[in-house]
Design a protein around this ligand. Structure first.
Ligand code: ZN
Length: 142
């Protein structure tokens, strides 16, 4: 598909913007994305965010229910971890939910404006790196 003139095209790397029908960014050489492509990616990001929040929310509710009934006699499932384990688990759940919410915000922004929100993109990237680091640390400490 050839670029359409007058459509906003932006660079994902340096945020260059133009309405010229260019294929590549004249500033950094990265492929330019049309507003339509950015919006499509925005939908993907939004759906991913909604899925993460719904998924993690469901797990949080489920685990909380198990913990709440642990002291009841005859409970089918019991939580056997300590308070550190609880703190770690809820921290992790909260982190993933936060990640999902920010992904949603970034996605909605892209759908609305047809370009990327650089700050949100950096936050998402930063959180992703932190998440990987935590996973790596947990494996190391085990
Ligand atoms: Zn560029």
């Amino acid at each position: 598909m050839s670029p359409v003139a007058d459509e906003l095209r932006s660079c994902y790397r340096c945020d260059y913007e133009t309405t010229e029908p260019l294929d590549k960014c004249p500033r950094c050489g990265q492929r330019l994305r049309s507003a339509r492509q950015v919006r499509r990616l925005g939908w993907v990001l939004t759906i991913l965010g909604v899925f993460l929040v719904a998924f993690m929310g469901t797990i949080t509710v489920y685990i909380t229910r198990i913990i709440a009934q642990t002291d009841e006699p005859g409970a089918a499932t019991r939580f056997t971890g300590g308070p550190e384990m609880l703190l770690f688990m809820y921290g992790l759940f909260g982190f993933v939910i936060l990640f999902g919410l920010i992904a949603m915000a970034g996605g909605i922004w892209q759908i609305k404006y047809g370009k990327r929100n650089r700050k949100l993109a950096y936050i998402i990237l930063g959180l992703g790196v932190i998440f990987l680091l935590i996973g790596w640390l947990v494996r190391l400490l085990r």
